[in-house]
Design a protein around this ligand. Sequence first.
Ligand code: AMP
Ligand code: ZN
Ligand code: ZN
Length: 400
Amino acid sequence: MIRAKLIAFLILLCSCIQKDHQLILISFDGFRADYLSKAETPNFDMLVSEGVISEGLIPVFPTKTFPNHYAIATGLYPENNGVIANNMYDPVMDARYRISDRAAVENPEWYEGEPIWNTVEKQGKKAGTMFWVGSEAPIQDMRPSYWKPYDGDVPDSARIDSVLKWMTYPEEKRIDFGTLYFSFLDDAGHWYGPDSEEVIEAIQRADSLIGYLVNELKVKGLWGNTNIMIVSDHGMSSLSKDRLIILDDLIKVEDVDIISYSPAVQMNVKEGKFDEVYSSLKANESHYNVYKREDIPDRYRLKNHRRVSQILMVADRGYTINTRAYVNSRSNYPSGGTHGFDNNDPEMHAIFIGAGPDFRKGLKVEAFENIHLYELMAWLLNVEPSHNDGDLEKVFGMLK
Ligand code: AMP
Ligand code: ZN
Ligand code: ZN
């Protein structure tokens, strides 16, 4: 209690003497917590020695791209922000969400809570997103001052150049907060698996980009006044044809509507078939866990949203759940890697590095949940956070 009061007092004291530094939030999709040990990474190493590294950033469940990027942006668990999977069905909207469906991705009805860029803009500051999940939709009828519709073909260095341009505008146009997003490491992990040479090359490509960014910040006189946070949404696990669960062996697949795919499979069941489907999945529960929506473990922070399907199956690490038709239509499936498994699994944990004028130097901290980052960003940007599930105390030890 006394400790909590002391921390609250310190937070208050620090926010009074806080200077306004610009903040860049960078996500390398699928950058597993242990990836830095796989390759030579002089630029990441420099940031680590100048700043703070965590043993891991704990993702929300399901450990997929959209739920995690939006949890980072809002500080809310999926059941509180609406982005409960990469693919969803909403019974009230009677609509489906798929990450490849631009109209859905840009429809604000799918996104609940307040993303950090809105918190920034509402308080007279400016945000620019060179991609972030949710930033393309006018959530709360607002958008960042600068944003781009997601385009995976925009070259890496051009993304960095855009954010640097927004950071160096004259004061009335300049951003306080910018985001960057890169997917090539996740692509390499999916195609070749986390233990591949291609993943090592992708880690080095990420390192070169950090080198380019730091150098440009120095050239532009921004280094020393800019806080940088490097994050990821989840890790990666290896898949194998030897670890395959065929749904047709367990149920009549025509009885279900699969909403969200392996390894966290959400399905709705045709009228009158629920008991048959669920009891068969339960009776054969091996290398996966199956839950009725209301029995999903509380720690997943998922079940209290109407978009969650009637049944959730969660594959054990490295296992794949799919239909026979899907498996037969592909010659080399499953192979490579994926994510989406239990968020307690260390292989699903992501990278976190924070460096800059407000971060302590040369510190390693325990793994922490990514929903605390919203509070951390609000503090770094000197804005009042909106309602969220995070707790600044959990991350405050990283700050000067
Ligand atoms: P996942 O299936 O969870 O591995 O999703 C990763 C993919 O999400 C990446 O390959 C990106 O192409 C895609 N992605 C990331 N951000 C966006 C976005 N804002 N809009 C559409 N797709 C995105
Ligand atoms: Zn991802
Ligand atoms: Zn992925």
